[in-house]
Ligand binder design. Structure first.
Ligand code: AGP
Length: 622
């Protein structure tokens, strides 16, 4: 997820672009850049790695870039490490070494989104004489526009339309054409993009906060539409190049609400972004009926040689490992250990021949996980990292990396990154099983299809939110909450319990349901809230009987299960249903009600949901 801005009007563009980018830093901040042009002069490009402040300092707040028309970008790397060469804007020609300076190219642009078929398009362009200076999908799509623009000698809108027909993926694109001074062009598919207008000025941005200071009058450009922006004007076109009318909307949000996309907190926004995060992550590795992990550098030979796995992580990432253990062992028949990184790093790990250590981390900077990675590497064991932040320390030091595409996660309590990690581990399990000859072609396809259905099922699981909000308010003063389950359901309990603890400050425990009777059931007393996770059909009856034992001692029961398991209501006081999926993948749908329960409990207690006490987003200390 990146942030893009654009301006054409009667004021110096650069300061307005920088101001807009500063309001979009929550969308990405590993590099930033501007392209500004003055009259007919060539556009001037300036890029900087790191935080936006570096670009602001380089350009003296934009003063070194004269001109009334320009575009800007703040990056969250998905393709290509954070670097000046990979920073946007990108050009249709060959960039200068630093990537900054006058742009001789016909087209310069910025992009937010993921071009899924960029590799195939890069090959096409290479055959047509293009050369590439970056590792980004953005450079490919801008060169593709240039290719059509030159080959068919057509205008910007027609060239953009030809690109849209050819490209697969998501994009919000802002472009400037050398032959069209003072004008901006844009196009959108699935990534957010808005156009704002004021007297003699036109703005574009990924999100409302970037332009709210200048105008509340905006157009929401639709999917597969393009636009030509002149000072104070916006003209919209469909894929046929016909001009279309787009209604002008007045924004009523305040600035803070706008940054959260209208949600009250980043956490609830990110809970709702999970279907998108999961879809983007799966689309990055499931292509044409195959799970393609080659971007990690892991070969089929390596996967075939793996005889046991050791998953190492902290917190919620460790919970992903606990869920993945069940899935990998069941699908692949390979032994899986799951270790807390803070423990693993102090043991002399005894890992058998042909082990693979998998380190899971959203930030890629967690000190314990980094130390565990180094421990594994010093033992000569191949390491795979599953990471959300491109170019982070763990990503750089691991032998192999699989990136989740959850985008920047702002709330301290992870949700969308957790879900993206979960599906990445599911995909690894299915690919490992196929490589080890455990799946026939039909089963291989079945599991891929089941994975690709998860975003829609997760969307439906979100429909529980009103009922859960009511239930959360009812139990917000609980003293203890127990999450119980068996098998994969126990792994789901671990994450549900941590979510509850870290943002509501209520003591909570996840417990293997069959283990309660060995001591902990003594803690159950009148009114204790016990949440039974019941997605594994073969185990539902046993866990329900454990819930009944708690009820007999005064507990209040919530059941969480798949559609159709109505018998749960005979025991549970309150039951939440989620869409049914393949048994291995229930964690992705069942975790959503538990995230919502924790969120609404915290809200009803008036706590700081996004920044809970004592916690940091990334624990870079021991
Ligand atoms: C989860 O909500 C917490 N924020 C925390 O447990 C987190 O998962 C853990 O610190 C690991 O962080 P990482 O994924 O960035 O390594």
């Amino acid at each position: 997820m990146c942030g893009i801005v654009g301006y054409t009007g009667k004021q110096p563009a650069a300061p307005i672009l920088l101001e807009g980018l500063s309001k979009l830093e929550y969308r990405g901040y590993d590099s930033a850049g501007l392209a500004v042009r003055s009259g007919d002069a060539l556009a001037e490009v300036v890029k900087a790695t790191g935080k936006l402040k570096n670009l602001i300092e380089m350009t003296d707040g934009g003063k070194t870039l004269p001109g009334l028309c320009g575009i800007g970008h703040t990056r969250w790397a998905t393709h290509g490490e954070p670097s000046r060469a990979n920073a946007h804007p990108h050009v249709s020609g060959n960039a200068t070494g630093s990537g900054s300076g006058p742009v001789e190219s016909d087209v310069v642009g910025v992009h937010n989104g993921i071009i899924e078929n960029y590799e195939e398009l890069r090959q096409k362009l290479l055959h047509n004489g293009y050369r590439f200076y970056s590792g980004t999908d953005t450079e490919v799509v801008i060169k593709l526009v240039d290719y059509y623009y030159k080959k068919y000698k057509i205008g910007p809108i027609d060239a953009i339309n030809r690109m849209m027909v050819r490209v697969r993926g998501s994009y919000a694109l802002a472009l400037m054409f050398k032959d069209y001074p003072g004008e901006l062009y844009c196009a959108r598919k699935d990534s957010p993009l808005i156009i704002g207008v004021a007297d003699g000025e036109t703005f574009l941005a990924s999100d409302v906060p970037a332009i709210l200071k200048y105008t509340r009058e905006v157009y929401y450009i639709d999917n597969l539409q393009s636009a030509r922006l002149c000072p104070g004007e916006a003209h919209f076109f469909d894929l046929n190049g016909d001009e279309v009318a787009v209604p002008l909307t007045t924004i009523t949000w305040n600035a803070e609400a706008a940054e959260k996309g209208g949600y009250e907190h980043f956490m609830i926004k990110e809970i709702h972004e999970q279907p998108r995060a999961v879809k983007d992550t799966l689309n990055s590795i499931i292509k044409d009926g195959r799970i393609d992990l080659s971007a990690s550098g892991m070969t089929t030979d390596l996967l075939q040689s793996v005889k046991n796995l050791c998953i190492v992580a902290c917190g919620s990432a460790w919970h992903v490992g606990m869920a993945a253990q069940y899935v990998i062992e069941d699908l692949c028949g390979l032994p899986v250990r799951v270790e807390l990184a803070s423990e693993f790093r102090y043991r002399k790990p005894v890992l058998g021949e042909n082990s693979l250590v998998v380190v899971i981390s959203q930030s890629g900077e967690t000190a314990d996980s980094l130390a565990a990675l180094r421990e594994a590497k010093s033992a000569g064991i191949p390491t795979l990292a599953v990471i959300n932040v491109v170019g982070s320390t763990i990503a750089r030091e691991a032998d192999h990396v699989l990136y989740t595409l959850a985008g920047p996660e702002i709330a301290v309590a992870t949700t969308k990154a957790y879900s993206a990690q979960l599906v990445m581990l599911y995909a690894l399990a299915v690919e490992l099983a196929e490589t080890h000859g455990k799946l026939d072609e039909e089963s291989y396809r079945f599991y891929q299809d089941a994975l690709l259905k998860l975003p829609e099922q997760m969307e439906r699981a979100l429909e529980n939110k009103e009922r859960i909000q009511w239930f959360a308010a009812k139990h917000a003063n609980a003293r203890d909450i127990f999450f119980i389950g068996r098998g994969l359901d126990y792994a789901i309990c671990l994450e549900g319990s941590l979510k509850m603890k870290e943002i509501s400050y209520i003591h909570s425990e996840a417990y293997a349901a069959g283990e309660l009777k060995h001591g902990t059931i003594s803690l159950i007393e009148n009114g204790t809230l016990v949440i039974g996770v019941l997605t594994q059909k073969a185990l539902i009856e046993k866990t329900v009987s454990n819930m009944a034992e708690c009820k007999a001692r005064g507990a209040y029961l919530m059941g969480l299960t798949g559609y159709g398991n109505y018998n749960v209501e005979e025991t549970a006081n309150f039951t939440v249903y989620v869409p049914n999926t393949d048994p291995h993948f229930y964690g992705s749908v069942a975790i959503i009600p538990l995230q919502l329960l924790a969120y609404y409990t915290s809200v009803s207690k008036g706590l700081d949901v996004d920044k809970p006490r004592n916690l940091a987003k990334s624990v870079t200390v021991e």
